[in-house]
Design a protein around this ligand. Sequence first.
Ligand SMILES: *[C@@H]1O[C@H](CO)[C@@H](O)[C@H](O)[C@H]1NC(C)=O
Ligand SMILES: *[C@@H]1O[C@H](CO)[C@@H](O)[C@H](O)[C@H]1NC(C)=O
Ligand SMILES: *[C@@H]1O[C@H](CO)[C@@H](O)[C@H](O)[C@H]1NC(C)=O
Ligand SMILES: *[C@@H]1O[C@H](CO)[C@@H](O)[C@H](O)[C@H]1NC(C)=O
Ligand SMILES: *[C@@H]1O[C@H](CO)[C@@H](O)[C@H](O)[C@H]1NC(C)=O
Ligand SMILES: *[C@@H]1O[C@H](CO)[C@@H](O)[C@H](O)[C@H]1NC(C)=O
Ligand SMILES: *[C@@H]1O[C@H](CO)[C@@H](O)[C@H](O)[C@H]1NC(C)=O
Ligand SMILES: *[C@@H]1O[C@H](CO)[C@@H](O)[C@H](O)[C@H]1NC(C)=O
Ligand SMILES: *[C@@H]1O[C@H](CO)[C@@H](O)[C@H](O)[C@H]1NC(C)=O
Ligand SMILES: *[C@@H]1O[C@H](CO)[C@@H](O)[C@H](O)[C@H]1NC(C)=O
Length: 795
Amino acid sequence: MALLRGAFWGTPRAMIAGLLLSPQTIIVLASSSTAFDVLNYINPLIGSTNGGNVFAGSTRPYALAKPVANVDGANTGGFATDGSNITGFSSVHDSGTGGNPSLGNFPLFPQLCPGDDVNSCSFRIGDRATPYVADATIARPGYFAVELVDGIKAEMTSSEHAALYRFQFPSGNATQHPLVLLDLTDLWQSRQNASVSVDPGTGQLKGNGTFLPSFGAGSYVMHFCVDFFGGKPVDNGVWVNNRAGPEPKDLYVTRGFNLFFLEAGGWARFSDLVDNTLTARVGISFISSDQACTRAAEEIPEPASDFDRLVTQVGEEWRAKLSPISINPGGASDDLQTSFWSGIYRSMISPQNYTGENPKWDSGIPYFDSYYCIWDAFRVQHPLLTIVDPVAQAQMVNGLLDIYQHEGWLPDCHMSLCNGWTQGGSNADVVLVDAYVKNLTGIDWNLALDAIVQDAEVEPLEWSYHGRGGLQSWKSLNYIPYLDFDPIGFGTNSRSISRTLEYSYNDYCLATLAEGLGKTEIYNKYVQRSTNWQNLWRDDQKSMIRGNDSGFTGFFQPKYLNGTWGYQDTIACSALADFCSLTTNPSETFEASIWQYQFIVPHQTTSLINLMGGDEAFISRLDYFHSSGLADISNEPVFSTVYLYHYAGRPALSTKRLHTYIPASFNNSNGGLPGNDDSGSMGAFVVFGMLGLFPIAGQNVYLISAPFFEEISIRNGLTGNTAIIKTVGFDSAYENVYIQNVTVNGATWPRNWIGHELFTEGWTMEITLGSQESLWGTRTEDRPPSWTETTTFSF
Ligand SMILES: *[C@@H]1O[C@H](CO)[C@@H](O)[C@H](O)[C@H]1NC(C)=O
Ligand SMILES: *[C@@H]1O[C@H](CO)[C@@H](O)[C@H](O)[C@H]1NC(C)=O
Ligand SMILES: *[C@@H]1O[C@H](CO)[C@@H](O)[C@H](O)[C@H]1NC(C)=O
Ligand SMILES: *[C@@H]1O[C@H](CO)[C@@H](O)[C@H](O)[C@H]1NC(C)=O
Ligand SMILES: *[C@@H]1O[C@H](CO)[C@@H](O)[C@H](O)[C@H]1NC(C)=O
Ligand SMILES: *[C@@H]1O[C@H](CO)[C@@H](O)[C@H](O)[C@H]1NC(C)=O
Ligand SMILES: *[C@@H]1O[C@H](CO)[C@@H](O)[C@H](O)[C@H]1NC(C)=O
Ligand SMILES: *[C@@H]1O[C@H](CO)[C@@H](O)[C@H](O)[C@H]1NC(C)=O
Ligand SMILES: *[C@@H]1O[C@H](CO)[C@@H](O)[C@H](O)[C@H]1NC(C)=O
Ligand SMILES: *[C@@H]1O[C@H](CO)[C@@H](O)[C@H](O)[C@H]1NC(C)=O
C-alpha cells in the first residue's frame, strides 16, 4: 500500500493516454514531474449556476475570509455564472445556502471616472453593475479572477481573516486616476447603521456596520479595514447616493424614515500605479476595525509582493487537508474525479472558524459559526468531516456545546453570530451523537447529554430558532398535533408530520448516548419516545396522483389534538405540487412531501418496512418514489432514500439507484448540482456515493455500495490508521456495479453495512464486483441494524 500513499494515481488521463499501464509504467510516472496534484481536480465553479449557490472564490479551509466577485443575479454565494453583472468584490460569504444571499459585506468596486471627475463615477449598485468577460473567469483554490468589460481586471486571494485584491486598470491614459469605492452594504442590503472613516494621507478605509443575518434573528456588527498599496493617494472621501466629495472624511449612515435605505460609503483615488495595478488588502473582524487592521497586517505583511505567496499557501493548505485521502481511479473519468475532490473541498468551506472573532464570549477553545443549516448538514456533511477531518469535527462539536453553554441552547442553524431558523427537529443532537458513536475524542459527553436532554424536555419561548416546539403535546399525546395548542413557546405552527418524525429520531439519538453513558433510565424513556412516529401512520390512507391511485395504502397523516385525523395530500410539497417552506406555503411537512418523509425513520426502518407490507412492497414504494417525479434529489431529505434498499435486503438496488443520479444530477459543470449545496451537503453526498459508503448519521453504520474508483484509502486524523477500500473486477464503465462478496482484513464480511472502525482501526475492505446482482448482503441478519422492542444489539 505504500504505492497508493504516493497519491500519483490520479494523473489526468490526457497525460497517460497511449501508455500501457503496467505496474512498471506507473512507477515511472510516479517519479516523473507529472505527479498527481489534487488542486487540478478542484473546480470551485461547480454549482455556480442552476441554484447551487456555491462560494466560488478564494478560501482556506473553514476560513473567515472569502473574497469573490458579487453579481446582481443569483448572488447567494456572491458570484454566479448566470450572465448577470458584477457589482463589487467582497471578502466574506457563505456557501451553498438558499433564501436571502448571505454576507458579502463591504464590497470594493474599482473604476475610472469619465473625465477624471469623481462625480461622474458610478456609485450606486444599479449604476455601477458591469458585465464581465465570461471566458476570462478563473477559479481555483486560493485564486479567483475576472475581467470586467471596461477592461479592469480583478484578481483575489486570501489569508485566514483578510483578502488581497489586485485591480489592474487598462493602460494608456496617465491622466486618469483610478478610483476604488467601498460600499457600506451587504448582499441583501440589510445594513442598519454603519460608519466609514477615510485616512486622507493613505486612503485607508476603516469602519463598521450593523447587519441582519440572512436566515435568522437579531443583528450583528462587522468591522473592516482596507489598505491600498502600489499607488500614490490623490484624493479621497465619502459618497452618499450618487454623489461624492473629498469632505468630510467620516460618514455615519442610519436607516431613518420607514427604514429608508441610502447607499453610501467611502472612496479613494490613486496615481502612479506600478503596472497599472492597485493592490487592496481588506481585513474583516467581528471584534473591531483595529483588530481587522492588525490581523490583516500580520497575515499579509507585504501586500505588494505577497499575492503569489498567498495563492501558493492556500493551495498548500488544501493539499494538506485532502492528503489523508488517495484514490486509484481505475479509469474513472477526470470529471468524476473532479466531482469527488470538489465535493470534499466544498464540505470544508463552512462552518467557518471564527476563533478569536466572537465578541460575545471567548472560552479559549475554537469557535465556529455558519452552521447553515444543521438540518441540511447533519445528514452527510458532518459525517464526511468525521471521516476526513475528525479533528475539525471534534472542534465543531465542542463549539456547538460552547454555544449551548453561552446561549443556553444548541443551535439548529447559526450564522453571523446569530440564531438561524429551525427547520425541523433539534438536529444538533444527531451531530453530537454521531460524534459519540464514532469515538471523537476530547468531548464532554455528560455536557452533551445535558444539552440534548434539554432539547427533549424544555420548550424554549422561541422554538423557531432553537429547541423544539409542542413539547407538552409530545409528552402527553406522543405526537405533534396538527394545529397544536401551544401557549408556552412560539414558532411557526406547521410541519407536524416532519417534526414528529425528526423529534422521534432525535429522541432515539438521545437514548443512544444515554445507553453509552450507562444511564439506563434515560435510555428507556427516550427509546420508547422514539417510536412516536408510529402515531401518525394512517393505515388506510391512499395516495392519488393526478386522479390516479398510486396503488399504495398506508401513509403518514396529520392528527388533531383530539385524536381525529386531519388531511394533507401525500404529494403536496413535492415537485408534482407546490414548494413548501417556513413562510412559503407552510404545511405539515417541511420542504418535501409525505411521500418523501414516509422513508425517514432512520432508527426503525425495519418496522417501517413491516408497516408498508414487507420487503417487496417497500421496494416498490421506493422505486415509485424515485421514478414518478416525487423524489427531489435537490434537497437533503432525499439522500437516504437512494440507499434504503439495503434494509430490504437488496443492496444492489441502492447502487443501481445511485448511478441514476451520479453523474446525471451531480457533475463537473457550472450547473452540476441539482440544488443548493447547503455548506457542502450536495458535495458530501457525491463523495459518499463514490466512496461506496453511506452514513446513517447518529448510528455507527455505513451502508456498503460499489465505489466509483478502483481503490480508495483514507488515513484517520485521530488514530493515524489507514482504511483501504479496494475492488476486484472494477470497471470504469460501471457495468460491474454489483457486489458479489466482501472481505474485511481478509475475512468474509456478509453484512451489507460496516461501522466507523473501518476508519479508526484502518481496516482493509475488499469488494468483489460483478455485472449481476448477487446474494451478498441479502439475508435478514446481514441487513443494517434497526431498533425494535426486542432489540438487543449494542451500539
Ligand atoms: C448587465 O449590464 C449591461 C450593460 O449595462 C446590461 O445591458 C445588461 O442588461 C445587464 N445584465 C443583466 C443580467 O442585468
Ligand atoms: C485621458 O483621460 C482624460 C480624462 O478622463 C481625457 O480627458 C482624455 O481624453 C483621455 N485621453 C485618452 C487618449 O483617452
Ligand atoms: C442606529 O442608530 C440609531 C440612532 O443613531 C439608534 O437609535 C439605533 O438604535 C441604531 N440601530 C442599530 C441597529 O444599531
Ligand atoms: C463603528 O465605528 C464608529 C466610528 O469609528 C464608532 O464610533 C463606533 O463605536 C463603531 N461601532 C462599533 C459597534 O464598534
Ligand atoms: C480554528 O482556528 C483556531 C485558532 O487559529 C485553531 O486553533 C484551530 O485549530 C482551527 N480549527 C481548524 C479546524 O482549522
Ligand atoms: C391515469 O391512469 C390512466 C389509465 O391508466 C392513464 O391513461 C393516465 O395517463 C394516468 N394519468 C396520469 C396523470 O398519470
Ligand atoms: C377534532 O378537532 C377537529 C379540528 O378542530 C375537528 O374538525 C373534529 O371534528 C374534532 N373531532 C372530534 C371527534 O371532536
Ligand atoms: C449535470 O447536473 C445538472 C444538475 O443536476 C443537470 O441539470 C445536468 O443535466 C447534468 N449534466 C449532465 C451532462 O449529466
Ligand atoms: C466472491 O465472488 C466471486 C465472484 O462470484 C467468486 O469468484 C469468489 O470465489 C467469491 N469469494 C468468496 C470469498 O466468496
Ligand atoms: C470506540 O471505542 C470502543 C471502546 O474502546 C470500541 O469498542 C469501539 O469499537 C470504538 N468505535 C470506533 C468507531 O472506533
